[in-house]
Design a binder for this molecule. Structure first.
Ligand SMILES: *[C@@H]1O[C@H](CO)[C@@H](O)[C@H](O)[C@H]1NC(C)=O
Ligand SMILES: *[C@@H]1O[C@H](CO)[C@@H](O)[C@H](O)[C@H]1NC(C)=O
Ligand SMILES: *[C@@H]1O[C@H](CO)[C@@H](O)[C@H](O)[C@H]1NC(C)=O
Ligand SMILES: *[C@@H]1O[C@H](CO)[C@@H](O)[C@H](O)[C@H]1NC(C)=O
Ligand SMILES: *[C@@H]1O[C@H](CO)[C@@H](O)[C@H](O)[C@H]1NC(C)=O
Ligand SMILES: *[C@@H]1O[C@H](CO)[C@@H](O)[C@H](O)[C@H]1NC(C)=O
Ligand SMILES: *[C@@H]1O[C@H](CO)[C@@H](O)[C@H](O)[C@H]1NC(C)=O
Ligand SMILES: *[C@@H]1O[C@H](CO)[C@@H](O)[C@H](O)[C@H]1NC(C)=O
Ligand SMILES: *[C@@H]1O[C@H](CO)[C@@H](O)[C@H](O)[C@H]1NC(C)=O
Ligand SMILES: *[C@@H]1O[C@H](CO)[C@@H](O)[C@H](O)[C@H]1NC(C)=O
Ligand SMILES: *[C@@H]1O[C@H](CO)[C@@H](O)[C@H](O)[C@H]1NC(C)=O
Ligand SMILES: [Cu+2]
Length: 444
């Protein structure tokens, strides 16, 4: 640039900076959110307990953006213990410091402090979610992320008349932190939930829950885009709506080839975009979810409850005594056939407008073994069946929380090595300290 004369520099500047801007019709927006983490009292299953929430809401606030936008979320921790937040499925190219997993990209946001995340959206479109990423705090600290097409761009299907967010979570009676800490100490299986909530409510089939069942009011003839999020801790779920087909069009912030189905099977952490046309007889229909478990109850227990909400048509008609239940379409707990029949149909949309560029050349092959095993009990405190601690591992390595997050450790090490290289260069001139000595000192 400095070598160019002013006259030559103008066309150069124009072509480099202005033309791409003129071509770029859609401009990415920036949004700001404040999240206040705090303890909130909630009553469910006939018991009141305190849970950590964002802004007293369960599920928490929805983040709404267009594809390619950037969001700044200032998280103010008014709670009792430290947490981090994670933007599940947001790829955040070259922005690792805002990813959020505790001890991986940052240490916790301590009580009484705040931290601002920069969430950079790139090619994601559809539905994702955010959640706390410290121990099991995500059970109650989570919410939806809705990513609409860029302004002026279309969905790869007819524009729905309206959206409906459905967040499914697991409810635990008792203090979840205490339950998890105890299980970790004992080395026993992690807690099983006592119910599944749909948008914060357990529904008619659970005790003390009938008055608060979530109702979704629809207009006859309209097509809705359901944004379904499985925010439960560790259970796959079947999900069905009585007498209504579901057309799955998206998953995890990307589009898929449409699947017409009577039920879905959704994994923990997964999201699905589903079209529903409200064209059945005016009335009330159960929206229901139950766990898909591939294990028998004798091996490990699981949550046998059914979470429900009600789809209700608006209009002037007399309501039948009770809503229709999706008995015929909601698969039973151990129905692996149903789970596979659904998941086997999943295919990326991979269209011209929504390409899936999978790298074709493999340069490095990695062998990764993820397993659930046992760690020898240090004393006689372990209460699992074998007397050892249950432990998961990757390539035979288990995780232990460090005192510094891994990313900072890596980054500081890089800086340190750089510094040492500079110092040792000077050092070699000024005195006789060798680089190896400093590296040895630094590595202690
Ligand atoms: C959360 O609450 C704070 C304080 O009341 C408020 O400023 C903020 O806008 C709220 N955030 C959302 C997303 O509603
Ligand atoms: C929750 O309820 C308990 C017991 O009633 C009360 O002591 C506590 O202050 C309440 N906490 C909040 C955040 O309202
Ligand atoms: C947020 O934290 C910073 C320090 O990291 C502090 O300077 C600022 O006052 C805090 N803001 C709020 C609103 O608490
Ligand atoms: C942990 O061990 C204690 C003492 O043996 C026992 O009372 C408790 O039920 C155990 N908790 C779990 C989750 O296994
Ligand atoms: C409801 O409560 C009763 C009495 O405590 C209990 O026997 C029953 O199992 C509970 N039902 C459900 C679905 O939790
Ligand atoms: C659901 O889809 C199936 C297969 O396409 C079709 O036979 C059935 O009539 C549909 N049911 C409803 C309620 O639209
Ligand atoms: C309801 O809508 C679905 C999806 O558009 C369609 O397949 C089905 O035939 C419709 N059923 C009736 C009764 O109109
Ligand atoms: C609802 O329908 C009933 C019976 O057909 C009629 O008497 C009533 O006026 C209607 N109400 C409204 C608000 O349209
Ligand atoms: C459908 O399920 C409901 C609720 O579980 C139950 O009361 C009803 O008997 C079932 N109906 C059939 C036909 O299985
Ligand atoms: C057993 O060892 C664990 C981990 O070192 C320790 O936290 C626990 O207090 C010990 N329990 C007993 C009964 O010694
Ligand atoms: C896995 O790690 C354990 C404990 O460090 C070790 O005893 C064992 O040999 C390792 N297994 C393999 C296959 O490397
Ligand atoms: Cu996640």
């Amino acid at each position: 640039m400095v070598l160019l004369s002013t006259r030559k520099a103008w066309p150069f500047l124009l072509s480099t900076f202005l033309i791409p801007q003129l071509l770029c019709v859609a401009r990415a927006d920036v949004h700001f959110y404040d999240f206040v983490l705090k303890e909130t009292n909630v009553t469910k299953l006939c018991q009141t307990k305190s849970i950590m929430t964002v802004n007293d809401s369960f599920p928490g606030p929805t983040i709404e953006v267009h594809k390619g936008d950037t969001v700044y979320v200032n998280v103010h921790n008014h709670g009792d213990y430290g947490v981090t937040l994670h933007w599940h499925g947001v790829k955040q190219p070259r922005n690792p410091w805002s990813d959020g997993p505790e001890f991986i990209t940052q240490c916790v946001i301590g009580p009484g402090t705040n931290f601002t995340y920069e969430v950079i959206f790139s090619d994601e479109e559809g539905t994702l979610w955010w959640h706390a990423h410290s121990d099991w705090t995500r059970a109650t600290v989570h919410g939806a992320i809705v990513i609409s097409p860029e302004p002026g761009k279309l969905y790869p299907f007819s524009k729905p008349d309206d959206d409906k967010i459905i967040v499914i979570a697991a409810w635990y009676t008792g203090d979840l932190k205490e339950l998890v800490d105890e299980a970790m100490m004992n080395g026993s299986d992690l807690p099983h939930s006592d119910g599944y909530t749909i948008n914060g409510e357990l529904g008619d089939l659970c005790n003390c829950s009938q008055e608060t069942t979530h109702h979704w009011y629809v207009d006859y003839g309209k097509t809705y885009l359901l944004r379904i999020i499985n925010a439960v801790m560790n259970a796959e779920l079947f999900f069905s709506i009585a007498d209504h087909n579901l057309t799955v069009v998206g998953m995890d912030g990307g589009y898929i080839k449409p699947i017409v189905t009577t039920y879905i099977m959704i994994s923990p952490g997964q999201t699905m975009d589903v079209l529903l046309t409200a064209n059945q007889s005016l009335g009330r229909y159960y929206i229901a979810t139950r766990q898909y478990s591939s294990e028998y109850a004798e091996v490990t227990g699981f949550d046998h409850s059914v979470g429900s909400a009600i789809l209700q048509y608006r209009g002037n008609y007399s309501l039948s005594s009770s809503p229709v239940f999706p008995n015929a379409t909601l698969p039973l707990y151990l129905d692996s056939g149903a789970a596979l029949r659904f998941t086997n149909q999943l295919r990326s949309l991979a269209s011209e407008d929504h390409p899936v560029d999978v790298p074709q050349d493999v340069s490095t092959r990695m062998y990764i073994t993820v397993s659930m095993g046992e760690i020898l009990c240090p004393n006689s405190s372990c209460t699992s069946v074998s007397g050892n601690k249950l432990g998961s591992s990757m390539n035979n390595i288990s995780w232990v929380n460090p005192s510094l997050d891994v990313l900072s450790a890596y980054y500081s090490a890089e800086i340190l090595v750089g510094l040492i290289q500079r110092i040792s260069r000077i050092g070699l001139l000024l005195c006789t300290i060798s680089r190896e000595t400093i590296c040895q000192i630094a590595s202690i």
